[in-house]
Design a protein. Structure first.
Length: 129
């Protein structure tokens, strides 16, 4: 089963993401900030990371750079989830190493489709289909 790491500082949004992804058949682990993202990525080695950009302690861009700099986690695709839709913000996400950048608000269907597309592009088996 595909393992997804969800990093979102807002509790209600985090729970909604977890519910949506679990309902779609994914195994989900979660954290609240960029520091947890780096730690959990290293400990859990998820198949994909969905991460907010603006978070306390360590923002998503810096967390992504750290994940990509770690030989053990560099292969993990990162998808940013953000309300920050300016071109400079999106460019910054891809420069940090993201595979995708999904703008909030999005529908559950859009989230699942983009996750599956990112997994497919990274040749990660989707046993839950």
């Amino acid at each position: 089963m595909v393992k997804i790491l969800v990093i979102e500082d807002e509790k209600d949004i985090r729970h909604l993401l977890i519910y949506t992804l679990q309902y779609a058949g994914f195994n989900v682990i979660s954290g609240r900030d960029g520091e947890e993202a780096v730690r959990l990525a290293d400990e859990e080695i998820p198949d994909i990371i969905l991460m907010d950009v603006r978070m306390p302690r360590l923002d998503g861009y810096e967390a992504c750079k750290m994940i990509k700099a770690n030989e053990k986690t560099a292969h993990i695709p990162v998808m940013f989830l953000s309300a920050k839709g300016q071109d400079t913000e999106i460019d910054k996400g891809f420069e940090a190493g993201a595979s995708d950048y999904l703008l909030k608000p999005f529908t559950p269907t859009e989230l699942i489709e983009r996750v599956k597309l990112t997994l497919k592009e990274n040749k990660i088996s989707q046993e839950n289909e």
